[in-house]
Design a protein around this ligand. Sequence first.
Ligand code: CU
Length: 351
Amino acid sequence: MRRFLVLTCLLLPAPLMAQSVLQRSPNLSGTWVPDAGVFQFNFLHRFYVTGAPSHAVVNFPTFTLAAGLPSRLAVGLRYATHADAVTGSGTNETELYARWQHQFGTARAFTIAITPAYNTASKSADGELGADWTSGPITLLGAFRGMSKAYGLDTARIAVAGGAVIRFTPYIGIAGDVASLLSTRPGEKAAWSLGLVIAIPNSPHTFSLHASNVDVNTIEGSSKKGPIVTGLNKTIYGFEFTVPIHPSRFGAMFHRAPKPTVTGDVGAPIGATLVIASLKFGTDTITISAGQAVRWNNGDPVVHTVTFEGPEPGSGEIQPNGAYVHRFAMAGTYTYHCTPHPFMKGVVVVK
Ligand code: CU
């Protein structure tokens, strides 16, 4: 049951969910996979401004689309409309990938991911073995990469990458990474990025502002310093916005709602009904008359409890779509909270 609570809490908009830019650095994809039934849309945009007199803005967008499957599997693609990892192949680069993630322990202390991929621009079978380790506010990331025909050239290449994230609060941190091909050739230098990573409060979205010397964060694109439109070796700036999409919120297409169950003093005269939603007990204070009952309906996708500070018996777990009814025989002020979410608090005043 504890495991169930941990899993269900991960489905809620939380600042540190698996798709968060607070868990990875701008050029590393880390080990994240969307939860099963969840789609992920990430928009990475980098740009630079050309010199006088034109001052034109040159844009490098990369879209990541991924779908979470059961068993911590995901499939996805990265599509860059203005890539230059492969010279002379046009500017579109698409990387198709699958990912399998494995977490050691329940707290994401150490996670690995295996990501086989195919880059359509270079016609190269690519892959990454990634790992990350989290301890409190710090996440360290590493990746080992292989490419069968990197950059469209007929040679297999290997690259390594490392990065770190330091979170100052659950909502803001800094991140950076470095990646390099092994046995570099003349002109090939390490790729790097530095970023400010931000979770947007009360939303499942995260955002980063960053600088890098590469334009695209595919396996190939982020493994060496980019030509950034051949000949221009520039630092370019950009941002990334991450958007998880939960189809279940649009009508329970993936999750059948559990059968509602009502526990407690079922049948007692109801003086007030509260709907628990978005990790809140509806209203903080409710007033009823002695002898009446309060009914709590759980409208959240996670289990809550009504646990009294005093000797009053509490609810036990209230399942999603379930309800708890408690009759108050005596006048008084009854304060309560939710055991899994202690910041959820409420008061029943019985007159
Ligand atoms: Cu709760």
